[in-house]
Design a protein around this ligand. Structure first.
Ligand code: GZL
Length: 309
């Protein structure tokens, strides 16, 4: 009795593959490209039909993509919101269409928590605290007097930029000599990170002791600017960043970056597992936090062969 989903052995019921609509921020950094690869590979492994849209870091493109997933009646929607706010309307449309939404990587500031089923991602405030704790410790062996810090922020309004800034500031407040003298967004890209660091060097060059960059790509861009200004990154100006991408390990092995705080982009497998649980009507935790560590330059060479992104 083919087609009835049971009967002769071997005609096992072919489960209809789950259809997942994913709206990605863009392709702005090494982290992002690794995150995209993880999601696409995991979908293939899990037999999930993935509809993938790249928003080129524009919120309106993410809203359009989510609306198109709703129109296509996908089983589940997932996305990494480029900024925290402005999602309530479109998430309300997904809820009205009875399509569950999973947040990955970045959070939204929606008051109504029923607009999404769960948020899978890092604790960005803790990442900022880890960067701050490294500097607090390092400051103990630096010359007395003020330690001037310049900060390259991530995309304005994004959860990682807001949270990495606040976590870092919270920790360094313990040492009044640690002063953030300039802070500006480099939009998480190498190009912008270099451009903003050039401006910092022009106005405050010799005074700068430390750079805190919210991601490795901006740090790598800034390292080029520091070298072009005739200074030694990692020595004349300490460089602290976040993500832990291969480029950061290469910079640390070259002595140009002092520490990177890991932020794992490998969220694909967890996303597919949770998407299947959600569609199967299972309850999942409202918040799933990725486990991460900190990699100072001293361990870079040993750790590098283990890196997956
Ligand atoms: C963090 C992620 C950030 C990375 C950047 O989870 O949202 O966006 O730190 C990326 O590299 O561009």
């Amino acid at each position: 009795c083919m087609g009835l989903g049971f009967g002769i052995a071997g005609s096992a019921y072919a489960e209809k593959p789950l259809v997942l609509g994913f709206s990605q921020v863009g392709a702005e950094s090494e982290w992002r490209t690794a995150n995209t690869a993880s999601i696409k590979d995991a979908a293939k492994q899990a037999g999930v039909t993935l509809k993938f849209a790249d928003a080129q870091q524009k919120q309106e493109n993410q809203v359009k993509a989510i609306r198109s997933f709703i129109a296509q009646k996908v089983d589940v929607i997932a996305f990494s919101p480029v900024v925290e706010s402005g999602w309530d309307t479109v998430l309300g449309e997904a809820k009205a269409a009875k399509i569950p939404v999973i947040l990955t990587d970045r959070a939204v500031d929606a008051k109504d928590k029923s607009l999404y089923v769960t948020f899978i991602g890092s604790d960005f405030v803790e990442e900022g605290r880890r960067a701050g704790r490294w500097l607090l410790e390092r400051a103990k062996s630096m010359p007395a007097g003020d330690i001037n810090i310049v900060e390259l922020q991530g995309t304005v309004g994004s959860a990682p930029a807001i949270d990495r800034k606040s976590g870092f500031a919270e920790i360094i407040a313990a040492n009044p000599h640690l002063k953030i003298i300039r802070s500006q967004s480099g939009d998480f890209t190498r190009a912008k990170g270099k451009e903003v660091m050039e401006a910092f060097l022009k106005t405050d060059g010799k005074k700068i002791n430390v750079l805190y960059a919210h991601n490795d790509d901006m740090a790598i861009g800034a390292i080029q600017a520091i070298e072009e200004a005739g200074l030694k990154p990692g020595k004349d100006i300490l460089v602290i960043s976040v993500d832990g991408v291969k480029g950061a390990f290469e910079a640390m092995m070259a002595g140009k970056l002092n520490v990177t705080v890991e932020c794992s982009p490998l969220l694909g497998p967890q996303l597919m597992k949770v998407a299947k649980q959600v569609v199967a009507g299972e309850t999942v935790p409202k918040r799933i936090t990725t486990e991460e560590s900190v990699f100072p330059a001293e361990v870079a060479a040993k750790e590098f062969p283990n890196r997956k992104y």
